[in-house]
Design a protein around this ligand. Structure first.
Ligand code: PXG
Length: 291
């Protein structure tokens, strides 16, 4: 059965889901997106994702022709139309069709499409044994150049960093900001545990304000693990007791080395395990029903 894509108000066959070559999303990476997971017919943190989408749109001066409630409804509709119980939604809003030339005000209206499918970011064994990271040479843009909170269609920076990680034989890499501090990974936020405390770089360091990151910070409170947003350097990663990454697509994945240097005892740690279990408990028991 072919996939049904929600495109500008209609559920169309994947072969008919087409965007103009004059769309500014394609011509200039001018647009925003979200990645949302659903588990057991429940969409995890749907309202938060849609809220972030609207914030991203507002930050790039793109007026959304739908309400947040309508977008939530269309996400649910798309999942239902594809008969999926578990999976991943990719929601993209482009600036729309315009002419050649940057002026976004000449674009007719934003286009939105919603794909409900599945995603696997890392092979399963790494969730048990942990990931080996490298430091990418490509830096995160400074917040003055590209706001890190905006989940925009400009991912070339991340793609180049991902190329470096893959070519170095790693599945993921850390990205530093212009000051040399850790910002995040190419598609995940990063956490370390040191002396029983959970630490993560602040958004101002060049990290996306990740929904999963926020879920982990909430769980820290519930689990009685003190959490702090703090500037981290590679030194802090090398000397951490434990490390893990978070993201909607990645979920929670342990990290056991950076640049061939072992982190902690080189195995997924006990605190990481607690967060992993608490996270899965939450994703399996909460969310917006699609029925
Ligand atoms: N940092 C970046 C740069 C991201 O793109 C995250 C962190 C994690 O944020 P959330 O809110 O998901 O916890 C992301 C997430 C895709 C895809 O192809 C999207 C992301 C990552 C990898 C793949 O849809 N975004």
């Amino acid at each position: 059965m072919s996939m049904k894509i929600w495109l500008d108000g209609e559920l169309v066959d994947e072969n008919e889901a087409k965007i103009s070559v004059f769309d500014h999303g394609l011509l200039y990476g001018d647009g925003v997106f979200e990645g949302i997971r659903f588990y057991k017919r429940r969409v995890f943190r749907l309202e938060e994702h849609v809220r972030r989408l609207f914030d991203s749109a507002r930050a790039i001066v793109m007026k959304m022709p739908w309400s947040e409630e309508e977008v939530c409804r269309h996400v649910v509709e798309t999942i239902r139309a594809n008969g999926l119980d578990d999976g991943y939604v990719r929601l993209v809003v482009t600036r729309g069709t315009g002419g050649l030339g940057l002026n976004p005000f000449l674009c007719e209206r934003p286009s939105m499409f919603i794909i409900a499918s599945t995603i696997t970011l890392y092979p399963k064994e790494h969730y048990e044994n942990g990931l080996a990271l490298i430091t990418c040479a490509t830096r995160r843009p400074t917040p003055g150049a590209l706001m890190p909170q905006v989940k925009s269609l400009n991912y070339l920076n991340n793609v180049m960093a991902k190329v470096e990680a893959i070519q170095a034989g790693a599945l993921e890499g850390i990205m530093l900001n212009e000051q040399g501090y850790v910002a995040e990974c190419t598609g995940d936020n990063i956490f370390v545990i040191r002396d029983g405390e959970l630490l993560t770089p602040p958004v101002a360091a060049g990290a996306l304000d990740g929904i999963t990151r926020n879920v982990i910070l909430e769980l820290g409170e519930k689990l009685g693990v003190p959490c702090r947003e703090v500037t981290l350097s590679r030194y802090d990663l090398f000397t951490a007791d434990e490390c893990f990454l978070t993201g909607t697509a990645a979920e929670v994945i342990p990290v056991v080395s950076l640049d061939q240097r072992q982190i902690g005892d080189g195995k997924p740690g006990a605190v990481t395990r607690r967060f992993l279990d608490a996270f899965h408990e939450l994703t399996g028991s909460t969310g917006t029903s699609i029925d």
